[in-house]
Design a protein around this ligand. Structure first.
Ligand SMILES: [Zn+2]
Length: 258
């Protein structure tokens, strides 16, 4: 189990909590001696400043979604719990989207936030109740009141339907993740543009954002995966659901086979 997850479990146990979906997490921050302030912040969604004993967490009041606001605050509480001696001040431009960001502290804070808002056991239980698709991710985000992006990463880890994730920024693939083991070989497009026939490219090139009811888009396996000609590897249907954040010009492509 990761350090971040363990720290969140300990904290919840100490507070006698098992499901935070109905609880304002400012209370958790307050219990740990941090004051939470909400105000417009330039170039950051969240920030933490450590004093000698207490700390101040600032959340950007321009964050549009409750779920994202909660995830950002939970991420800062992760820093508060685990990283007190490691920095005096810390800025997070976009805690949710930088999930992939290397660096132990960010990974730890995200794992902490994920466990705090979406406890592993409960997440698995609810995720199993429905078939995989964008509605399931939206349902989980509504239930746990967290960002859809953080749900997608959580599902990648704990869901029972295998999915791949590709994160693109400004029409360039930054990172991708696929389950291990997995039957298909994803094209390594890191630092390159997403495939021409991908849903991500439709957004970057044409600004296309599908309405919720059409957010599951049919693509080809060959869109994102290698076809191995010598093995007579046939092309067939895959699906792509893009979680788009226009403000940051980012796309998280969720890709799966039915
Ligand atoms: Zn951070």
């Amino acid at each position: 189990m990761s350090k971040g997850q363990l720290a969140a479990m300990k904290l919840m146990k100490a507070h006698g909590l098992s499901d935070l979906s109905e609880i304002p997490i400012e209370l958790i921050a307050a219990g740990l001696g941090a004051t939470v302030i909400e105000k417009p912040v330039q170039n950051a969604d969240g920030r933490i400043v450590f004093g000698k004993k207490k700390a101040i967490i600032t959340i950007n009041s321009n964050i549009e979604y409750l779920g994202k606001r909660r995830f950002t605050l939970a991420h800062e509480i992760g820093h508060l719990t685990m990283h007190r001696d490691q920095f005096l001040m810390h800025n997070d431009t976009d805690a949710t989207l930088e999930y992939f960001k290397k660096g132990n502290q960010e990974t730890e804070a995200n794992e902490f936030a994920s466990e705090l808002l979406m406890p592993e056991g409960l997440f698995i239980k609810i995720a199993q109740e429905y078939e995989f698709g964008p509605e399931l991710l939206r349902h989980l985000a509504d239930y746990f009141k967290t960002s859809i992006t953080s749900v997608a990463y959580r599902y990648f880890k704990y869901g029972d339907h295998p999915i791949c994730l590709v994160y693109s920024y400004n029409n360039i693939v930054r990172y991708w993740m696929r389950p291990d083991p997995y039957d298909h070989f994803i094209k390594d497009l890191t630092k390159l543009a997403p495939p021409e026939d991908s849903v991500a490219t439709e957004y970057f090139k044409q600004g296309k954002i599908y309405p919720k009811s059409e957010s599951k888009q049919e693509i080809w396996k060959s869109t994102w995966f290698e076809l191995k000609k010598w093995e007579n590897d046939d092309d067939f249907s895959f699906y792509e659901y893009c979680i788009i954040t226009p403000k940051y010009n980012t796309v998280l492509s969720v890709i799966w086979e039915e």
